[in-house]
Every structure is written in C-alpha cells, then in structure tokens.
Design a protein around this ligand. Structure first.
Ligand SMILES: [Zn+2]
Length: 227
C-alpha cells in the first residue's frame, strides 16, 4: 500500500490563502460564488466580482495590504505605484505595512487616440529615479494591460520593478515574467448560453448585475451654470 503523496507545501499555502481571501471578499459583498450570472458580454458564469466594492471595508483592506507587504518585506521598496481608486487605497495599505516605509504614488489613466495610457503627475516624477525600486499594486488584474503600461512607465524612467502585488489575478494574465504575488489567482469559467451547463440544468439566470448597469445611473451633481 503506498502512502498518499504529500502536496507541495507552497501550493497548500496558496490554496489556504486563496480560501481565506475569497471568504473576505465574500463578506465585503464584492464576490459572488455558486451562482448563474449573466455577464455584460452575454456569456454566463458561476462567479462574479464587483470591483468597486473590493476595497470598501478599511479593516479588510488593511489586512489584505499587510499580507502583500509581508510577501515583499524581504526586498527593499522605495515607491509603491498604482493607478485607479481601488488600487490606490490598497497601495496605501501595502506601503503602510512594508518595512522599507516606501512612498505612495499613482498614475492617472486615460485614453489617447483610442489607446489606453497611464501618466505620472509631474510632482511624482522626481520620486521614480534610475536607482528606485518600485512595487506595483493592483486590486483586480483581468487583462494585465494597465500593469504592463505601469511596468513600461517605470522602466522608461530607468527604475526597477521589484514585483507586482494584487488581490485577484486571472491566471491567464502575462506580466512579462515579473514576480507576481496575488491573494487569489483564479479564472472564472465563462460559457456561451448554448453551451452553459447551468442553463442545461435549469438553474435560474441571475441578470441582476447586467440589469443594474442598464437601469441605474450613478448619482451626480453639477455646479449651476453661470447666469
Ligand atoms: Zn447559463
């Protein structure tokens, strides 16, 4: 009789970490699992994450940031760089918990000629120098296009990317071979409606997320026009 082969301890640790963090994301209301969800693309899936809600609970975000900081604690970091509101909140928490006491800077996202673009405000430019060690932080990485722009931006300034820390990363994302640490590494299986196993089983389709996008508008207010 042969003994059950022991699992790789690193893989076990990653699995446990992922379970804990999925629970945390569930408690924030950002992560929905075991569902049958209609995506904006028209495809169906079993899991869904609402990006805006991920960094809503300060104590959770601080805890998640501290785990990322601990992973990168063995490397000196001068600057934590991110872009986007959720990533910026998380990057503050990572920087606060990192022993090097790095500064926090952020790029601004925009479009130029139909192409995505990230710019670093001029006030921050003196902080990313050729000798700087930069840790990139992102909340959710789905295509990696924003992070790849940040990597290019740092390298263009002659600085070095120490690594990438994020809450959630789709496993298929390629980040030019940079060391990536994510609390959750997971792809959602998505199905065309014709081939969806949940439709075949007759599970009711949850259209809430798509409906919400169409039916609700963000609250906004504007200054009155000058008379
Ligand atoms: Zn379906």
């Amino acid at each position: 009789m042969s003994a059950t082969p022991r699992k790789d301890p690193v893989a076990v640790e990653a699995e446990v970490r992922e379970k804990i963090h999925l629970e945390i994301l569930k408690r924030t209301g950002a992560y929905h699992a075991n569902d049958h969800v209609l995506l904006p693309s028209g495809q169906h899936t079993t899991e869904y994450i609402e990006k805006t809600l991920v960094t809503m609970e300060p104590s959770f975000t601080e805890g998640l940031g501290a785990v990322i900081a601990k992973h990168f604690a063995q490397w000196p970091v001068d600057v934590v760089l991110s872009t986007g509101p959720g990533a910026l909140i998380l990057s503050h928490c990572v920087a606060r918990a990192h022993p090097s006491r790095p500064v926090v800077v952020y790029g601004t996202k925009g479009l130029s000629g139909g192409k995505r673009r990230v710019s670093l405000p001029v006030e921050f430019q003196r902080l990313i120098r050729p000798s700087s060690k930069v840790l990139l932080v992102e909340d959710l990485v789905s295509t990696g296009s924003t992070l790849n722009l940040l990597i290019n931006l740092v390298e263009q300034l002659g600085a070095q990317v120490v690594g990438v820390g994020c809450l959630w990363r789709r496993t298929s994302v390629d980040l030019s071979g940079r060391p990536v640490f994510s609390l959750v590494s997971r792809d959602f299986p998505t199905y065309d409606p014709d081939a969806c196993p949940l439709c075949k089983k007759g599970v009711p389709l949850n259209e809430e997320f798509v409906r919400r996008r169409h039916a609700r508008r963000p609250s906004s207010i504007q200054e009155p026009k000058a008379p």
